[in-house]
Design a binder for this molecule. Structure first.
Ligand code: KG4
Ligand code: ZN
Length: 468
């Protein structure tokens, strides 16, 4: 753990100084700062907008005792900004979970054209719409920047070029209205948005986070504290859905997943015998690269032409595409089911009190996924919590809500300057694990290590707790 202490903190405002000068992360001061946070809360009870933030020296504490359901928290109004991948999203959420507005500008047409996310083009698309998206979120809520309490923004994981657009915008808004800023972990946000929907959902709980770039099984012990039970050793399930859709010539305008789900309803899921990935690995990790290859070969052997859109296919061609889609979906989800069962067994050993499995991320909008996983959790007398589809795919609500959860415990940075200097180094975390790997579940597939670029959110939070 000690080596972590020389690394920038999770919610650091050290990005205000050149990286070479960084030595002691500010997050590792704390107890008296927690006191000052509480004093500030008391001062602010009637004023959710924090106008006197300048009196703060720092804004990070990790004590749960600072969490209390005070009206102060209910009256918070947080703007959330999300640009980590291909959707530009903003939303305004109140501390009590009320969604005042949400706006998503999708790049699905670019995705359809290029069959994947091209970072430079995605960055341009974000830059073109970000001001409009944020303004629309404000307009729809009937508020102005002056009514906000804080701005939350995704700083990772994701594409650097894209993250930068959101962070720049968030800092501009926060700087203009003298608002604190909250750095959000995209995958934590996918998990925590379930707590906005299901008020009974307390820590600890389990989460399966399935999206275009991630396949994560985690045990959520507390805010910012996760044990990673499993992750993907190559592709995520959403990527496999997207490629299957592309190769089957489906309409990708709403992204590949929904297109596969739809056509799969017409197909026979037993007709193509794909093998379930990683059967021989008795862990909770995932792999979808091999299944993708199996799908590609099945498509080639049936002479299906992706160039011929499904809308123009003969009825026989259409039914053979539907069979492949259904068979793919069945096996892709069987892989999830197997891993979830094992993960639940592991998790119940670590935290016997868990009652919920949260399933979130874009792929969690799939009804077949939900139905199958519902069967799995029932075996263990757990409850499945799936946010509504709009909150499963990337959105600003989950960022604003995670901002609120962090803000409540004092994890935020003070208002940035109205204008950042030109050479300003943004604290972006393109590769940022959520939790620490479960030691007893270490995978033999060591390629996972390559992804570890930034210390995990959990290790940073734990390091700061040890300093208190
Ligand atoms: O969470 P998300 O919006 O963005 C990322 O963080 O990646 O997830 C997007 C992924 C895409 O791969 C998309 O095809 C998939 O979620 N997806 C679905 C469905 N809706 C979205 N996959 C399967 N079935 C769906 N209904
Ligand atoms: Zn996502």
């Amino acid at each position: 753990m000690s080596s972590l202490l020389t690394l920038p903190s999770t919610f650091s405002r050290l990005n205000l100084v050149p990286k070479s000068l960084i030595t002691i992360p500010f997050a590792f001061k704390s107890l008296n700062l927690l006191k000052s946070h509480k004093q500030q809360q008391a001062r602010s009870l009637n004023s959710p907008r924090l106008s006197s933030l300048n009196s703060f020296t720092t804004h990070f504490s990790t004590s749960r005792s600072s969490v209390s359901p005070k009206p102060f928290h209910d009256d918070l109004v947080v703007l959330g900004i999300e640009t980590s991948c291909d959707d530009t999203a903003a939303a305004i959420v109140r501390g009590n979970g009320e969604i005042l507005s949400q706006v998503v500008s999708s790049q699905a047409d670019l995705l359809a054209r290029y069959g994947g996310v091209a970072p430079k083009m995605a960055e341009e698309a974000h830059s073109q719409v970000i001001d409009q998206v944020v303004q629309e979120a404000l307009d729809k809520s009937g508020l102005t920047g002056r009514d906000l309490s804080a701005v939350a923004v995704t700083i990772g994981p994701g594409l650097s070029l894209c993250l930068r657009v959101g962070v720049q915008k968030a800092r501009r808004v926060a700087g203009s209205f003298n608002l604190p800023i909250i750095s959000v972990h995209h995958m934590e946000a996918h998990a925590l948005v379930a707590r906005l929907i299901e008020k009974e959902l307390q820590f600890p709980f389990m989460a399966l986070l399935i999206s275009g770039g991630h396949n994560l099984l985690v045990l959520a012990h507390d805010l910012g504290q996760y044990t990673q039970l499993g992750t993907t050793i190559d592709d995520a399930i959403g990527e496999a859905f997207d490629k299957t859709a592309k190769w089957l010539g489906l309409d990708m305008r709403k992204s590949g997943g929904p297109a596969v789900e739809q056509i799969a309803q017409e197909g026979d899921a037993e007709s193509v015998r794909f093998s379930i990935p990683m059967k021989q690995h008795k862990d909770c990790n995932f792999s979808y690269a091999g299944l993708k290859t199996q799908v590609r070969l099945a498509i080639a052997s049936r002479n299906i032409e992706a160039k011929v859109p499904i809308s123009c296919a003969s009825s026989q061609d259409r039914s053979s595409r539907a069979d492949i889609a259904a068979s793919f979906q069945r096996v892709a989800v069987l892989h999830l089911e197997e891993r979830c069962e094992r993960a639940i067994e592991w998790a119940l050993k670590i935290e016997p009190s868990i009652k919920h499995l949260v399933v979130s991320g874009g792929v969690a909008s799939n009804q077949y996924v939900r139905a199958r996983l519902d069967q799995v959790v029932k075996k263990y007398s757990l409850q499945l919590v799936c946010p509504p589809p709009k909150l499963c795919t990337d959105n600003g609500v989950m960022i604003a809500w995670t901002g609120i959860e962090n803000f409540r415990v004092g994890r935020y940075d003070p208002p940035p300057p109205a204008n950042d200097p030109e050479d300003f180094m943004y604290d972006l975390r393109p590769r940022w694990p959520l939790g620490e790997e479960y030691a007893e579940g270490r995978s033999e597939a060591r390629s996972l290590r390559r992804a570890r670029v930034h210390p995990s959110l959990t290790s940073l939070v734990q390091a700061s707790l040890q300093q208190q």
